[in-house]
Design a protein around this ligand. Structure first.
Ligand code: DX5
Ligand code: ZN
Length: 221
């Protein structure tokens, strides 16, 4: 099942509430990019923003932690109402313990891979995550171009994790190129510039889903 997860990083921050309410019946989740200026060379937003979004919507909050030492903060993300919490395989920390903690807290756990992180890193975490987030750009900034080498990792990930686990893709995804990832087996589509960065955000979300439904899925086919 295709799930659309617009990234709030590209929203007009003067209108966060209105924009989330406008879109939350048309998509499955909202993607929240937390950056610490250490794991990635940029700082975005943290708990107060997520807490505010939680107050106005019941939609699944898909929290992408681009931070070093995520274990320090997991409890806080659990408390403020994140539903999916994704940690990076490359982050300095005991990532297996992080995944176990997220699951034990009743949340869905995600493991993120940078474009150049080998897929076999996943092997030691199998059974402890609900979602793999394959980055299709190097994390840190919205508006970058999709990296095809990262896209080409998806079929192998799908083989490794089976059909029950979500595979999310994030970075440089637009209506025009979404079939590159869907056809290879990705089913959770993050898009910042392609949705919240568009003049009509609701239409952009609806059109993104239509574009996904039109793709030929080679892996499952
Ligand atoms: C990048 C973030 C993405 C970003 C995607 O580091 O993880 O979620 O918001 O933005 P676009 O869709 O503009 O590439
Ligand atoms: Zn992200």
């Amino acid at each position: 099942m295709i799930k659309i997860s617009p990234s709030l990083l590209s929203v007009d921050f003067t209108k966060i509430g209105d924009e989330v309410k406008k879109i939350d019946t048309s998509v499955e989740m909202i993607h929240l990019d937390v950056m610490d200026g250490h794991f990635v060379p940029n700082i975005s937003f943290g708990m107060p923003v997520i807490k505010a979004v939680r107050k106005i919507t019941d939609i699944t909050l898909d929290t992408h932690l681009m931070i070093s030492n995520p274990s320090k903060y997991l409890d806080e993300f659990v408390k403020i109402g994140s539903d999916i919490i994704t940690v990076h395989a490359e982050a300095p920390d005991d990532i297996l313990e992080c995944l176990k903690y997220i699951k034990k807290s009743g949340k869905k756990a995600g493991i993120a891979l940078n474009p150049d992180t080998p897929n076999d890193v996943l092997n030691k975490y199998i059974g402890y995550f609900d979602m793999v987030l394959q980055m299709t750009v190097f994390p840190g900034f919205g508006g970058q171009s999709m990296i095809m080498d990262a896209v080409n990792k998806i079929p192998e990930i799908r083989k490794m994790v089976g059909d029950e686990i979500d595979i999310e893709v994030d970075g440089g995804i637009y209506i025009e190129n979404v079939c590159e990832v869907v056809s290879r087996g990705a089913n959770v589509i993050v898009s910042g510039t392609g949705i919240f960065g568009q003049p009509d955000t609701k239409k952009a979300a609806v059109d993104m889903r239509k574009a996904c439904e039109s793709c030929e899925v080679k892996y499952f086919g």
